[in-house]
Design a protein. Structure first.
Lengths: 318, 668
């Protein structure tokens, strides 16, 4: 563990915390442009967070301590997740503590806490949202794991830093297994981050909500933390996509100078990813909740096929 | 006998258990003696057994011969690493359950408290002795004692017909299993007439007879463990038993079957064949999927946990199957990894499932409700049980940083080794297996959210729940012990797999060497570059971020809080019964996995005066395997019954005809 490693670890977490709302703002901006609307400012998510933090928290009369703890747990999980995914450097002291499987576990932990907190008050919407969130979760989680396994088979490791190091060392080109895995990851990311076509972050039409129903009872600082955590989750997923499918430009332990250029490169990649997300959201329509299993089942099958393709084609020396 | 100090100590402690049981018989109706003295004493003995087993783990195998039993057939006992590990699990889990039992058992349990105490401690002692037995005779005697003691415990509330039926089914399948094990030992002794395990170890069976023995062992131990399709007794018997007994049966007794299977497959059989591994893997996966999908649709809390036990046993057997596969292809390092995953799951399942079962016991006593549809909001009135159960639920859902995740992580890691197998067909198949494991783990999370959310969160679905009382101090002590086990297994996996090293050395000749360079906070199966997991850092990361966020929000903004009525969507007539139900929570699973269920739906039409909706979820195996089998047996019995005329002349005629037939056959 070096000083530089610590520095890059801190930089990565701070960058994630600072940039995540910006990414959300950028996606909103692109969406508004694509739909010929006037966009709110790029900094709107920050203003919303500031406003929510200033407000009083209004708690349901029968809410238990679990309800108040959950936002902090979710926020903690997402911060750690952003700290694990190597986005700026592969020299991360936190990285050995959690590999790709543990990252999936981290997302699952946050999801379970969100669902439990939603059931805590005992309103119809809370448990409806919890059920739907867990449904999306149990379908998306295996698919995400299979995407990671495809990358793990290529680099012979589940450690995220090793994966990124191996993948960024190969030349630019399309590997069939990675291409399939990329499609699967995009589908999973759409579902997990409550975006169209699985959920609509802008809706308040009660029957179609998933994420919004889940957090319906939250207000004030708790809601702010949850919204920030949601932004961090989107950021983490974008970074996973970048780390697996476009890892070039990440600093390595051997070349620390690259850390300086890594941040602008990352911002450029995130801008492209955000635009892609807005484009996908604009081009597709929201599907009924019962179509979601089909959608995610397809992502799961694509990821499994990616893994099989990898094993069939990559039967070279390990 | 100083050559075998730990073995003698464990035998003596098992004898103390028996003595405690007999003392319970002496104090048959003196409830306070039984609850406040005998059960805690049993818990202390369990702790001592765990401590002795811990010291025996690294020692050389010890053996003694005790001249009890039939003349000329003494009991052989032996304590090696495998037995020591399972004794450790038994002692650790039983200590918590016994402490809980001290507060749990009431006079109203249906059986006199002293008798219950006898059955309970005989059950514990028999399980310990099963793990020590070193000849088929002693093994079978202890195995049957264990089965019978647990049978009587299951039917302790024998005035309810449903419980008697569950007990009968349990006894029946337990004996079918025992028959398989007995025949397996018969094959293993290879016509030498010597039934000691030492003799079986040196026999060289042909592949055919080895496979026969293996299949018999799989059927026999699989019936006890609840592998599909011999699982049907489990969701009936576990809910019927008193909760501490369910905890022991699920947490420990199922593990004796795992122990027996490992003993036969790795220790007594000379070598492993690759298709054994595939078979065990397939059965394990089928059980895991079947178990978790059925668990997700249950609306009885103990039945839900019983199905979840089937799932966990399935995962354990999947790990064992993978280890067999690797062992057959002479890949000891990979086999050690898969076996470590399975054994780690044995330990963590023992703790978290015992915890969950005793938590349902506390809920059952406080509310006298088992149906999820009539519970809700208990976290506010039973905070101790609620938070303890939350920990168990998180561990059971396989979430970091608790114990369940470590074994799942190790299992998934071992699947990533499989592309090295020399069999191309298996190489292609195994990633699909990893996908199934991932699906099972995710579904387990769904099931556990349903379990916890419906029981402990939300509003009380019945008025009386508001008066529910929290667990008493003995019960809290038992739960705290099991919670500590879950947390320790989760946070210190590197130390945990150190304990498993002697077992895997013994069985597959390799162990997970710690290659992390002395960093004991990191779990590293192969090398840091390949994969690592550090739950302490993981936990510290989440906790630090939690704490910082909490502090900074208060420093930079404020900590103001107001209470108000929850949002009612503009419909103020909502009642607690309008919350989402357990059935509603299971509905997506019922829809997605519809072919796995045998469902009967009753849907209302638009014109019904009193609309009624009902859905009944059944098990295909019951209808396609067990009921036809039962009908077959019944009709065969009836056909034979026609011979029974009840007149002496007819029976004489039968004897005469038999005599003639035998004479013809002899003189031919």
């Amino acid at each position: 563990m070096s000083v530089l490693g610590l520095a890059s670890q801190t930089l990565e977490i701070v960058a994630a915390l600072a940039l995540a709302p910006l990414l959300l703002g950028w996606v909103g901006q692109c969406r508004a442009w694509l739909q010929n609307r006037t966009a709110p400012g790029l900094l709107q998510p920050y203003r919303v967070l500031h406003k929510l933090f200033n407000k009083d928290s209004v708690l349901a009369a029968n809410a238990s301590p679990l309800f108040r703890t959950a936002p902090y747990v979710i926020f903690g999980c997402m911060t750690l997740a952003c700290g694990i995914v190597p986005t700026l450097s592969t020299d991360l002291p936190l990285s050995p503590a959690a590999d790709a499987i543990a990252l999936v576990g981290l997302f699952a932990l946050a999801r379970v806490f969100a669902a439990l907190a939603a059931m805590d008050v005992g309103t119809a919407f809370g448990s409806l949202g919890a059920r739907r969130e867990m449904l999306v979760g149990f379908l998306a989680e295996p698919a995400l794991l299979m995407v990671f396994f495809t990358a793990a088979l290529i680099s012979d490791s589940t450690s995220l830093t090793t994966i990124v190091r191996t993948l960024s060392a190969r030349e630019i080109g399309i590997q069939p297994s990675l291409a399939l895995a990329a499609v699967a990851l995009v589908m999973v990311a759409l579902a997990e981050n409550a975006r169209v076509p699985v959920d609509n972050p802008a809706t308040h039409l009660e029957l179609t909500m998933v994420h919004e129903a889940l957090v319906l009872e939250y207000s004030g600082r708790h809601l702010a933390l949850i919204e920030w955590a949601a932004a961090l989750k989107l950021f983490a997923y974008a970074c996973i996509g970048i780390a697996l499918f476009a890892p070039w430009g990440v600093a390595h332990a051997q070349a620390p100078a690259a850390l300086l250029t890594a941040l602008p490169v990352l911002i450029a990649k995130l801008a492209a990813a955000g635009f892609l997300l807005a484009l996908l959201e604009t081009l597709s329509a929201k599907m009924r909740i019962f179509r979601v299993p089909e959608f995610l089942g397809m992502a799961f099958m694509l990821a499994v096929i990616a893994m099989l393709v990898r094993i069939l084609l990559g039967a070279g020396p390990r | 006998m100083s050559a075998a100090p730990q073995l003698v100590a464990v035998l003596a402690l098992a004898a103390v258990w028996l003595a405690i049981g007999v003392a319970g018989l002496a104090a048959l109706h003196r409830f306070h003696v039984v609850a406040r003295i005998l059960f805690p004493a049993g818990g202390a003995v369990a702790l001592l057994i765990a401590a002795v087993a811990l010291t025996a783990l690294w020692g050389t195998p010890q053996a003694v011969v005790l001249p009890i039993g039939l003349p000329g057939l003494p009991f052989h006992f032996r304590l090696d690493g495998l037995a020591a590990f399972f004794l450790l699990v038994l002692g650790g889990a039983a200590a918590g359950v016994s402490l809980f039992s001290a507060g749990y058992f009431r006079q109203s349990e249906g059986t006199a408290p002293g008798l219950l105490c006898l059955q309970y401690h005989v059950f514990l002692a028999a399980m310990a002795l099963v793990m020590l037995a070193d000849d088929a005779y002693a093994f079978m005697v202890m195995w049957e004692t264990m089965a019978l003691a647990s049978f009587f415990l299951v039917i302790s509330n024998h005035r309810i017909a449903e419980i008697r039926r569950a007990g009968y089914l349990y006894l029946l399948i337990a004996h079918i299993g025992a028959l398989g094990i007995l025949l397996c030992f018969g094959v293993l002794q290879a016509n030498t007439g010597d039934y000691s395990f030492a003799n079986m170890r040196v026999q060289h069976l042909s592949p055919f007879w080895a496979s026969v023995a293996f299949l018999l062992a799989l059927a026999g131990f699989g019936a006890k463990a609840g592998l599909v399709p011999l699982h049907v007794w489990l969701p009936e018997a576990h809910p019927a038993a008193p909760s501490p007994v369910s905890a022991l049966m699920s947490g420990v007794m199922l593990k004796t079957a795992v122990y027996g299977f490992l003993r036969v497959a790795y220790d007594l059989l000379p070598a492993q064949l690759w298709w054994w591994g595939v078979l065990v893997l397939a059965l394990g996966l089928a059980s895991a999927v079947f178990g978790v999908v059925f668990a997700a649709v249950q609306s009885d809390m103990k039945r839900l946990l019983a199905w979840s036990s089937i799932e966990n046993i399935g995962l354990i057997f999947a790990g064992i199957g993978l280890a067999l596969l690797f062992a057959a292809y002479k890949m000891p390092a990979a086999a050690a990894l898969a076996l470590t995953a399975a054994l780690y799951h044995v330990a963590s399942h023992a703790f978290f499932k015992s915890l969950l079962f005793i938590a349902t016991g506390a809920v059952l006593h406080a509310t006298s409700e088992r149906s999820l549809g009539r519970l809700g909001g208990l976290l506010r009135v039973m905070p101790w049980v609620g938070w303890a159960c939350l920990l168990g639920v998180l561990a059971s859902a396989g979430l970091p940083p608790l114990g369940g995740f470590v074994s799942e992580w190790l299992l998934l890691q071992s699947f990533l080794f499989t592309p090295g197998l020399p069999n191309a067909f298996l190489n292609m198949l195994v990633p699909a297996v990893a996908a199934v494991i991932a699906l099972v783990a995710a579904l387990a999370g769904y099931t556990m959210v349903k379990f916890y959310g419906v029981i402990f969160l939300g509003q009380h679905r019945e008025e009386k729940l508001a008066a529910a009382r929290d667990a008493d101090s003995w019960e809290r002590l038992g739960m705290a012990w099991l919670m500590a086990g879950c947390v320790a297994l989760g946070l210190f996996p590197a130390q945990g797999i150190e304990l498993l090293a002697p077992v895997t050395e013994l069985l597959v000749g390799a162990s997970l060497a710690q290659s992390s360079g002395g960093a004991s906070w990191l779990l590293v199966p192969v090398s840091v570059e390949r994969a690592s997991y550090g739950p302490l850092f993981f936990f510290a990361g989440v906790a630090a971020s939690f704490g910082l966020a909490y502090m900074l929000v208060r420093r930079l903004y404020h900590g103001r809080l107001r209470r108000a009525a929850p949002w009612d969507c503009g419909f103020p007539w909502q009642t607690a019964r309008m919350q989402d139900t357990a059935e509603g929570f299971g509905q997506p699973v019922r829809q997605i996995f519809e072919p796995l269920f045998r469902m009967r739906r009753e849907l209302p039409t638009a014109f019904d005066a009193r609309p009624r909706y009902a859905v009944e979820v059944g098990d295909h195996f019951w209808h396609w395997l067990y009921l036809p089998l039962a009908r077959l047996v019944e009709s065969a019995a009836r056909a034979i019954g026609t011979l029974q005329r009840g007149r002496i002349a007819i029976y004489l005629l039968y004897s005469f005809a038999t005599l003639i037939a035998v004479l013809i056959w002899v003189t031919r």
